[in-house]
Design a binder for this molecule. Sequence first.
Ligand code: COA
Length: 150
Amino acid sequence: MSGPDLRAAGPGDRDQVLAWNQAPDVRAASLDPRPIDPAAHARWFAARLADPHGQMWIAEVEGVGVGVVRIERERGDGDGRISIVLDPAWRGRGVGRAIITAACAADPGAVVAEIRPDNLASQAAFAAAGFVRWPPRDRAGVLAYRWSRP
Ligand SMILES: CC(C)(COP(=O)(O)OP(=O)(O)OC[C@H]1O[C@@H](n2cnc3c(N)ncnc32)[C@H](O)[C@@H]1OP(=O)(O)O)[C@@H](O)C(=O)NCCC(=O)NCCS
């Protein structure tokens, strides 16, 4: 297996990204677990593509999309915030760790992940990619993990 490779997301990825994010287990892991309204997703997706302070990539293995990863910054400075969703068929094989590593390598700064305490797979994947617990950024019901370039 080669990759995963990251490519910039484009308008044609809108529906696949909605499908990945709409899965019930992904909603449950999200900081906002409500189901996603497709029209709201379309507006959100267009705004993300246009955001000069954020990057969104589709991860591909041998040309097949396996997930989506984003890093964005409020006002364009400070730590980036990363989020990732992997297609269920591709989980648990080290692909998530590799995608997180590749996205951080493509980002110019430090990156924070905000993870629910019960999301052990996500905590393990970010730790495996070199993130460390970052209590200063913890919020109610959310653990922060941070990565900075060695
Ligand atoms: C979180 C997610 C991206 C992780 O990707 P993944 O490819 O499944 O994880 P990996 O296979 O790279 O695993 C990396 C580490 O996590 C561990 N891990 C994987 N699944 C696990 C699970 N269910 N429970 C505990 N640990 C787990 C692996 O053993 C590995 O640890 P190691 O390096 O010490 O061996 C993926 O599971 C996913 O998309 N989940 C749904 C969406 C989500 O939760 N996104 C993150 C929101 S903060």
